[in-house]
Design a protein around this ligand. Structure first.
Ligand SMILES: Cc1ncc(COP(=O)(O)O)c(C=O)c1O
Length: 286
């Protein structure tokens, strides 16, 4: 069962006209919320980011925060899985093809759930292989746009190399990865690029920051040079589906000791703990 423009229906029956600006221009924004034991994780933060993305691309938000919550919870309840990923997107709607915004088009809203696939235990324990590439995307990476061709091309660089992610550098500095944020640890200090137009403000990024504060891992937000990444003791990827994942090889060279580091293990345990606590609280109030 999926949700399309106000109706719940089987995915095979969910149809969008070919003139939808999402199809023609990639003119829309999206979100993905992880759901654990049927409780959406950080739903309000994801909805707040959706509101910011919609405002940035000047698409009318078709629903209030409360209505969004209702749709998501209703769709989650209709699925057979306990843990899910709720994907939802809003496009500028259907109109004769013209770059300028159409007058009077209604946004198209699509929501679907899939089983949540987190990294398998073996990958968490052994760590991931990553490669790097130049970040050649546009300068509004803070908008969660469905125009993802730049990210897809960059992700394919790692897919072609049999790696899990592509870590991106712009002008000699770390930005993020093709579908995740990146943290780096050196001499016990955790570093991350500050939020800016060059990275997506990850919800998991914020969770990791809270965990670092709660577990007393010193953390600095500042530009991280390519050289610092390449000589880091630890590199982490963070995203709603990857949670926190250690990178143990970058461009064929071992990161630190070539296995997930001590800070990663602390943060990963913190994440699982934190998730369980928050979920229990959310499960009661949801
Ligand atoms: C480019 C990019 N950066 C970062 C992230 C991580 O964001 P979040 O933690 O909200 O999933 C994603 C997630 O899809 C992404 O696509």
């Amino acid at each position: 069962m999926v949700f399309l423009n106000g109706r719940f229906l089987p995915i095979e029956q969910a149809m969008v006209p070919v003139l939808d600006r999402g199809f023609i221009f990639g003119d829309g924004v999206y979100e993905l919320i992880p759901v654990y034991s049927r409780a959406p994780f950080r739903m309000d933060e994801h909805l707040a980011r959706l509101e910011r993305s919609l405002a940035a691309v000047r698409i009318k938000n078709p629903y209030s925060r409360e209505q969004w919550r209702g749709i998501i919870l209703e769709l989650v309840a209709k699925q057979p899985w306990e843990d899910q990923g709720v994907y939802f997107q809003v496009t500028r709607g259907v109109a004769k093809r013209d770059h300028a915004f159409p007058a009077g088009a209604e946004p198209t809203v699509f929501v679907m759930c899939n089983p949540l696939v987190n990294p398998p235990k073996e990958l968490v324990e052994k760590g991931a292989v990553a490669v790097s590439a130049a970040d050649n995307r546009w300068l509004r990476c803070d908008i969660k746009s469905i125009s993802l061709i730049g990210n897809c091309l960059l992700r394919q660089v790692s897919a072609d190399a049999g790696a899990v992610e592509t870590i991106l550098f712009r002008d000699g500095k770390l930005t993020e990865a093709s579908a995740s944020n990146v943290f780096v640890a050196k001499n016990g200090l955790l570093l991350s690029p500050p939020k800016s137009n060059l990275i997506l403000p990850g919800i998991t990024y914020d969770v990791v920051v809270e965990i670092a504060q709660a577990t007393k891992i010193p953390l600095e937000f500042r530009d991280v040079s390519e050289a610092e990444v390449r000589s880091a003791d630890e590199i982490w990827l963070t995203s709603s589906s990857k949670e926190i994942l250690a990178v143990v090889t970058l461009d064929g060279k071992p990161v630190g000791e070539g296995k997930p580091g001590a800070l990663f293990r602390k943060a990963y345990a913190g994440y699982q703990d934190f998730k369980a606590r928050v979920m229990r609280k959310e499960a009661v109030s949801a």
